[in-house]
Design a protein around this ligand. Structure first.
Ligand code: GLP
Length: 235
C-alpha cells in the first residue's frame, strides 16, 4: 500500500487528480470507478481544470459509480447521479451515456444489482476512487459481520445517516437504504485510490490501513489489494 500524508486538501486533490489523469492518458478508453461525498470534490475540480485546459480528454472514457440512495431519482439534488453530473460530468467532455450510477428508483432491486455487477465485470474497472465514512464504510458497505461481495441493497447505519444529514434539509429526508457496489467489485479494480481528509477521519484511517482486516472496518479489506494508494490530509 502506498500511504501518502499531505499538508492540505488542495495538495490531496492535486495528487489524486494526477493519478486519475495518468490512467486516462495511458488508456483513453479506460473505466473510471467514481465516488461521491465531499472528499473527492476537489479532485473532480482539478480534473475539470485539466479538461478545460485541453490537457485531459474524457471522450472515450466510461465511468461506473459506487452507490446510490434508494428512492431518489437522478433529478433529486441529493441523488448521487445528480452529484456526479453537477461535480464532474456536466463540466467535462465525457459521453453521459457511458456514465453509470445504480438506479435508486429500480423496482426490481436484485435485478438492478445483478445487472450492475455484470457490467462491472464485463467492463473491468481501471481505477476505483473512494472516500471513507467515519465508520470505515466504502461505497455504502457498512460495518458488518462479513464482507458482501456483490452489489447489494444496504440499510444505512444511524451514524451514516447522521453524517450525511448535512446535505439534506432535515435528517428525516435522508434515505434509510441504498444500493452499493460490493467488495468484489471494488477489489476487482486494477488500481484503488482512496482520499480522506480532516482530523475527524484520522482514527478511522489508522484503523482501516494499519489495524486488523475485519468487516467491522470495511475499508480494511483494501489492505489485501495489490495496488492501493491512500492520500490523507489532516487539514
Ligand atoms: C457517503 C458515500 C461514500 C463516502 C462517504 C464519506 O456515505 N456513500 O462513498 O466515502 O459518504 O463522505 P465524505 O467524503 O463527505 O466524508
Amino acid at each position: 500500500m502506498n500511504f501518502i500524508k499531505v499538508e492540505n486538501y488542495d495538495i490531496l486533490s492535486e495528487k489524486a487528480a494526477e493519478i486519475i489523469a495518468n490512467v486516462i492518458k495511458a488508456k483513453p478508453d479506460c473505466v473510471l470507478g467514481l465516488a461521491t461525498g465531499s472528499s473527492p470534490v476537489g479532485t473532480y475540480k482539478k480534473l475539470i481544470e485539466m479538461n478545460k485546459k485541453g490537457e485531459l480528454d474524457f471522450s472515450k472514457a466510461t465511468s461506473i459509480n459506487l452507490d446510490e440512495y434508494e428512492g431518489l431519482d437522478g433529478e433529486h439534488d441529493q441523488s448521487y447521479r445528480y452529484f456526479m453530473n453537477d461535480n464532474l460530468f456536466n463540466h467535462v467532455n465525457i459521453d453521459k451515456s457511458k456514465t453509470f450510477v445504480p438506479n435508486g428508483k429500480a423496482t426490481d432491486i436484485p435485478a438492478e444489482c445483478k445487472a450492475y455487477d455484470d457490467r462491472i465485470y464485463e467492463m473491468g474497472i481501471d481505477i476505483q476512487l473512494l472516500g471513507i465514512g467515519l465508520d470505515g464504510h466504502i461505497g455504502f458497505n457498512e460495518p458488518d459481520k462479513y464482507f458482501t461481495k456483490e452489489t447489494h441493497r444496504v440499510v444505512l447505519d444511524e451514524s451514516t445517516i447522521v453524517a450525511n444529514a448535512r446535505f439534506f434539509e432535515s435528517i428525516d429526508d435522508v434515505p434509510k437504504t441504498a444500493i452499493t457496489m460490493g467488495m468484489g467489485g471494488i477489489m476487482s479494480a486494477k488500481k484503488v485510490l482512496l482520499v480522506a481528509n480532516g482530523a475527524n477521519k484520522k482514527e478511522i484511517v489508522e484503523k482501516a490501513f494499519f489495524g486488523p482486516i475485519t468487516p467491522e472496518v470495511p475499508a480494511s479489506i483494501l489492505q489485501l489489494h495489490n495496488d492501493v494508494t491512500v492520500i490523507y490530509s489532516e487539514n
